[in-house]
Design a protein around this ligand. Structure first.
Ligand SMILES: NC(=O)c1ccc[n+]([C@@H]2O[C@H](COP(=O)([O-])OP(=O)(O)OC[C@H]3O[C@@H](n4cnc5c(N)ncnc54)[C@H](O)[C@@H]3O)[C@@H](O)[C@H]2O)c1
Length: 311
């Protein structure tokens, strides 16, 4: 793919986005207001390309690496770019300021996607001259290993911008979904939130340890979830499929949902207890090391999915 891509923000997510676009053949130019972030970003990109190559998932990591450039000038990152992926701090004022700087640099047909995890695009694009070209393209960390991208248009985003972004994401090997409306948490974090809220409640009420709740997902639900979603899961969990499953089990799920009609904040006591438990049992206080362990497993899972024709 020959498109030029501009990345704004060279932190964790911007660096991973650079891998996504460069490995698909795009020329990538990364801008950050802090040039000190360039060296760590370069290192992250080079190391991760090396790991993809070691597993046979990338042929020429050096050629991919050479397609990524860095610049302290926003104009240089956007020059000739067909698409811009913004990945700066998750603060409304920062997003607003960055989009106001991007706006006058947009040429006709250029599209800008924001990586924001939860701020609706309408809150930082409303007054822009080119607001029809802006939307949210929310990745999952790290996007070069987890392909899902939530595309969330603002009310004024052009349909053609949505279509362009969806096609671009597919072409570079991501897995886009369209969120029809600016709902808080989009789809992914609403689903994750439903599970987390229930997990905290079960934990604080003493029904299970944190490790046993984690185990329920990693050795139970999660095994299926890496290749099928909740609807497909229940379709196969009843002899005649999803409608029969609903007939049999909808009353149970309604009763569970009704028992949660008064949501409360996660209890501080439970948070403290879970932290002690996790530090002792799972990550032994070394979060950066555990993140590397997680990413190696994600890489192996991605390779398995590719080999199985699932990605
Ligand atoms: N980390 C995650 O798990 C994750 C997942 C999905 C989406 N996101 C979203 O991606 C975005 C980036 O997150 P991150 O984890 O990479 O953050 P980060 O702190 O690692 O990186 C942010 C980068 O933006 C730069 N920056 C800040 N203000 C800027 C400005 N005005 N102009 C140019 N550069 C600026 C910083 O120097 C930094 O390098 C956020 O909106 C976040 O919500 C993060």
């Amino acid at each position: 793919m020959q498109q030029k891509i501009g990345i704004v923000g060279s932190g964790l997510i911007g660096s991973s986005w650079a891998i996504v676009f460069a490995r698909a053949g795009c020329e990538v130019m990364v801008f950050d207001r802090d040039p000190e972030t360039f060296e760590p970003s370069r290192r992250y990109i080079q190391e991760n390309l090396g790991e993809l190559a070691a597993l046979g998932m990338l042929k020429d990591p050096e050629a991919v690496f050479q397609r990524v450039g860095f610049t302290p000038r926003l104009e240089a990152a956007l020059e000739e770019a067909a698409y811009v992926q913004e990945s700066v701090f998750e603060q409304l004022e920062v997003k607003r300021e960055v989009f106001e700087r991007i706006d006058p640099l947009l040429r006709p047909g250029m599209i800008v996607g924001s990586s924001t995890s939860g701020i609706p695009a309408s809150r930082f694009t409303q007054s822009l001259s080119n607001r029809q070209a802006c939307l949210i393209a929310h990745p999952v960390n790290p996007p070069h290993l987890i392909p899902l991208v939530e595309i969330v248009p603002a009310p004024w985003t052009d349909g053609s911008a949505v279509e362009f972004t969806r096609e671009l994401m597919e072409t570079v090997g991501q897995s886009p979904i369209l969120v029809n409306g600016e709902i808080e948490g989009f789809i992914l974090n609403r689903l994750q939130g439903a599970l987390l809220n229930e997990a905290w409640w079960l934990y604080q009420e003493g029904y299970a340890t944190a490790d046993d709740i984690d185990k329920t997902v990693r050795n139970g639900l999660g095994l299926r979830w890496s290749f099928m979603g909740p609807f497909q899961t229940i379709d196969l969990n009843s002899p005649k499929g999803i409608a029969e499953y609903a007939e049999r089990l909808a009353p149970l799920y309604l009763s569970v949902a009704r028992s949660r009609s008064d949501p409360q904040p996660w209890s501080q006591e439970a948070i403290h207890k879970a932290e002690q438990e996790l530090r002792q049992k799972r990550v032994k206080g070394d979060i950066p090391k555990s993140r590397i362990w997680r990413d190696k497993l994600l890489l192996a899972l991605k390779k398995w999915k590719m080999d199985a024709g699932l990605q």
